[in-house]
Design a protein around this ligand. Structure first.
Ligand SMILES: *Cc1c(COP(=O)(O)O)cnc(C)c1O
Length: 440
């Protein structure tokens, strides 16, 4: 399959789209088509890796990565994705935080790393690549974990200083080796701007092979379809119904994957976007013009996004804004509501929620209240483990949370960061000076 550029640049093959992240025009790559699959053909697919292979095969067809798809899925997607019933009727949680860095970003980051490792082995990408990642918290750690000690790759992670949790910051700085952590005096949007600037800078591009691992990267977006496909198929097999989902949303990468899975025929029902107080999507889906904003800091920091980078992709699939607005609903949730939901989590649902997941829980409560509908099956998507945000969650629930094993191991290592202003020239100079450091 070919991949088109949302800004009408030349189309490319899958591995080219995966290797370069952002299109040279500044546009995003989208699959030329979303084939509708026959679900009867998915009967044999049981595990996440098997469903992923079924869902992703059409995109890999004809590409030099195609012969590696089975192995890539097995290697990267060996992460549990339990779909658990909650103590409220017909309500479920899809837990996406059982990977090494305890957030859903692990799926995409590991898949991207597995693809790039094959491309490097096939000499289909330059032998020395610098991957730039702007992170509002979880992406950076997932990418760092996925690429740590990979040959011929260095990773530069930018995070807004003071805007990520202490444990998130520690995770970013604890790898060392080929992973470089920059703390930027600015917002997440500043970090994202610096990365976009570098990727588009002609001089940098002649000197370094730059790539991105943000949620604009197709190598992260595609595998995220797999857990929606798996959950929807699994739920249909168990309960006979399609599964409606509420997705905590920032840059729209996770939610866009659900949209794509549904368009390909997987039994996903309604898809609702839950955001924090950054209400750009709520206003758009209520009928306003799309109006990006400066982000505000909230308790759900990984969703502090004022200009969702995948919006351009979502728009691509629809004739016009009206058709898009009719297809989805988005709802913004205040910090006060996030706190209330976390406080009541154990008594109402038998769960401790992270602040991001709490936005989805709140939106599901509103959906149930407004429609009076208790029959439809809804899942909230749990995007991170609550122990990553212990300074928010523990005071609200009044007890300490056990830390998942992999996270605990990272917290025991020392962490190091370099501090930088949100300045394009300074960032460019840093990238030019940083000697490439291969890991033996
Ligand atoms: C990244 C992230 C989100 C938002 O996902 P997008 O793909 O950017 O919409 C939500 N929750 C957590 C915990 C995250 O790390």
């Amino acid at each position: 399959m070919q991949f088109l550029d949302t800004r009408n640049g030349p189309s490319v093959s899958l591995h080219q789209a995966i290797a370069c992240g952002l299109a040279p025009s500044g546009g995003l790559y989208v699959p030329a088509a979303l084939p509708v699959l026959n679900m009867a053909d998915a009967e044999q697919a049981e595990t996440l890796a098997e469903v992923a292979e079924f869902a992703l095969a059409p995109f890999f067809a004809g590409d030099l990565l195609a012969p590696h798809l089975t192995e890539i899925c097995r290697e990267a997607l060996r992460i549990d994705t339990p779909l658990k019933a909650l103590s409220v009727e017909n309500s479920y949680v899809l837990e996406l935080f059982h990977g090494p860095t305890a957030a859903f970003k692990d799926f995409g980051a590991r898949f991207l790393a597995a693809c790039l490792a094959r491309l490097s082995a096939e000499h289909a990408v330059p032998q020395e690549t610098t991957i730039l990642v702007a992170t509002s918290g979880d992406t950076g750690a997932a990418v760092a974990a996925a690429f740590h000690q990979h040959d011929n790759v260095r990773v530069v992670v930018l995070h807004p200083v003071g805007r990520v949790s202490a444990r998130q910051a520690h995770q970013l700085g604890c790898f060392g080796d080929n992973i470089h952590s920059l703390q930027v005096a600015g917002s997440f949007d500043d970090c994202q701007r610096l990365v976009k600037f570098a990727l588009n800078d002609d001089e940098l591009r002649t000197q370094l092979t730059l790539s991105s691992a943000n949620s604009i990267s197709l190598g992260r977006l595609l595998p995220q379809m797999s857990y929606y496909a798996w959950a929807a198929l699994t739920h249909q097999r168990r309960a006979g119904n399609s599964l409606n989902v509420v997705i905590p949303t920032g840059n729209l990468g996770n939610a866009l994957a659900a949209v794509m899975a549904r368009r390909m025929g997987f039994p996903v029902g309604n898809i609702v976007f839950a955001t924090n107080a950054n209400a750009v999507l709520e206003r758009f889906f209520a009928g306003d013009q799309y109006q990006p904003q400066t982000s505000v800091a909230t308790l759900a920091n990984a969703m502090d996004v004022g200009a969702p980078s995948n919006f351009e992709r979502l728009r691509w699939w629809y004739e016009d804004d009206l058709e898009l607005q009719n297809a989805f609903h988005a709802q913004a949730v205040s910090d006060a509501e996030i706190e209330r939901i976390i406080r009541l989590g154990e008594s109402h649902y038998g769960q401790v929620w992270c602040p991001h997941t709490a936005t989805a829980v709140n939106v599901l409560e509103q959906i149930r209240a407004q429609s009076g509908d208790t029959d439809a099956d809804w899942a909230v998507v749990a995007t991170a483990h609550p122990a990553k945000f212990e300074t928010i969650v523990e005071p609200l629930i009044g007890r300490a949370l056990p830390v998942p094993e992999a996270l605990a191991a990272m917290l025991e290592r020392p962490a190091q960061h370099l501090t930088m202003t949100a300045d394009e020239a300074a960032f460019k100079q840093y990238l030019m000076q940083q000697s490439y450091r291969a890991v033996g």
